[in-house]
Design a protein around this ligand. Structure first.
Ligand SMILES: NC(=O)c1ccc[n+]([C@@H]2O[C@H](COP(=O)([O-])OP(=O)(O)OC[C@H]3O[C@@H](n4cnc5c(N)ncnc54)[C@H](OP(=O)(O)O)[C@@H]3O)[C@@H](O)[C@H]2O)c1
Length: 416
């Protein structure tokens, strides 16, 4: 028998307990052993709960219990969870976690500490087995690119906006439906997706980067005019997490992205998640499914528990030896992309000329141009050929300084 203790018995923790019970026989047959939850840790012992396991408020009763084999961390947070997980590892417990924020900051320290198995399948894209796909199924490949819709809230909002609905209205609805938190910044600002991207990038490239090191932009400034532009030129707008290897540089970025509507990932709508991985040997593979929710996340948590019960110990981030390549994170300024720009200007003669001159000065050439009259302002919509992040940022700053331009200029990167 394998005995587990669960630290955090909320949405995911409760679903883990219930699904272990519901599929008890199947799980026992697959794991080769019975799996029993022997203790749970919560903050509030008086809260009404749907499950019946012994509860405590002292995490050490789990991390330091000699009877317990696996500690499942489902409490969330960064530093408090780090303390708990470290204590579990020091006491030679196997660990399973769904905590992407913890891993975004501490995955390499935890890997060093972990002499026992460490599972985190649920930390990226909820129920989609993307960690095992990358770490095990695709382990023969040099990973060329990962592109993921890994935040369901943003994908829901952008999908609804395609129907002509306003951002604020859809955000409120997403909060009502429980897709978005009361404070949605973490999701709509791109930070949640960035945490997940960093985890995937570590498995693909063994690269240790923190959220502060990479380009993160959210969907807050997308409006219906952008959606219209996208439609007119055959694009979809998606919040993507992108990891790319170019020579020995690894590009990591999260931002709203215009992608051709024929791409597989462009067809993923609503709260669903999807990740496309291109390996040099296999080509493009695609993973799709529910990225959140108690049961979907529990499915991933339990798969880690079963793997540990089977006696499998894969290296946590997928490398048994250091990767013999000097991968470095690409500086944000050096990232190259095509851009779409939305510029609101006073309707005056010579405006367009002045703007295109600034773009030309920074070697930015225009691919498409569209003008939309709106109230007293003209909306100029451009798409550019590839240029460096630092050039477009300089050009935008100069254009924003014109007295006929309404600040801020909005832009979206285009991936083709
Ligand atoms: N929900 C999802 O769809 C989803 C999907 C993927 C990953 N995750 C990750 O899974 C983890 C758990 O998420 P959740 O949605 O289940 O959260 P939740 O519903 O808020 O549950 C958190 C649980 O942890 C307990 N807890 C929090 N801080 C604690 C502390 N300091 N000491 C002891 N217990 C503490 C809470 O106790 P009380 O019950 O007493 O308040 C609660 O039982 C997070 O890392 C989250 O990012 C969630």
């Amino acid at each position: 028998m394998i005995k587990i203790g669960i630290i955090g018995v909320g949405t995911v923790g409760e679903a883990v307990v219930k699904n272990l019970k519901k599929n008890k026989e199947i799980i026992k047959a697959r794991a080769g052993k019975e799996i029993k939850v022997v203790k749970g840790v919560v903050r509030d012992l008086n809260k009404k709960r749907d499950i019946n396991i012994p509860l405590t408020t002292d995490y050490k009763e789990v991390t330091q219990d000699p009877e317990i084999d696996i500690v499942v961390e489902l409490m969330g947070g960064v530093e408090s969870a780090y303390k708990v997980v470290k204590d579990a590892l020091i006491h030679k417990k196997a660990v399973v976690t769904a905590n992407k924020a913890l891993l975004a900051y501490h995955r390499f320290e935890l890997q060093k500490l972990a002499s026992t198995p460490f599972g985190y399948e649920a930390s990226v894209a909820g129920g989609i087995p993307i960690i095992k796909a990358l770490r095990d199924g695709l382990s023969a490949n040099d990973i060329i690119e990962i592109k993921g819709i890994i935040n369901g809230t943003c994908n829901y909002i952008l999908s609804e906006m395609k129907k002509g609905r306003d951002y604020q209205e859809v955000l409120k609805e997403a909060q009502k439906l429980g897709y978005a938190e009361a404070n949605p910044t973490f999701d709509v600002g791109g930070y949640d997706a960035a945490h997940k991207l960093l985890i995937l990038a570590s498995i693909a490239y063994n690269i240790d980067a923190k959220p502060e090191d990479i380009l993160i932009e959210g969907i807050e400034n997308i409006n219906l005019m952008d959606i219209e532009f996208a439609k007119e030129f055959g694009y979809e707008i998606k919040l993507l997490g992108i990891a790319k290897k170019i020579d020995n540089k690894i590009e990591l970025r999260v931002h709203p992205t215009l992608i051709k509507k024929e791409e597989m990932i462009a067809k993923v709508d609503g709260v669903m998640n999807a990740v496309s991985v291109i390996g040099d040997t296999v080509g493009e593979t695609m993973y799709y499914g529910p990225g959140a929710g108690g049961d979907a996340t529990a499915s991933a948590v339990i798969s880690d528990i079963i793997e540990i019960a089977r006696g499998i110990k894969a290296p946590m981030l997928g490398f048994k030896l250091p990767l013999n390549k000097n991968y470095k994170l690409k500086e944000i300024d050096e990232i190259e992309s095509k851009y779409y720009l939305r510029i609101a200007t006073k309707d005056k003669v010579g405006v367009l000329n002045k703007i295109t001159n600034v773009l030309a000065k920074h070697n930015i050439s225009i691919e498409t141009f569209l003008q939309k009259p709106k109230d007293n302002f003209a909306k100029l919509l451009f798409s550019t050929h590839k240029c460096k992040e630092k050039e477009i940022k300089k050009a935008i700053k100069e254009i924003e300084a014109f007295d006929f331009v309404l600040k801020p200029i909005n832009y979206i990167r285009i991936e083709e």
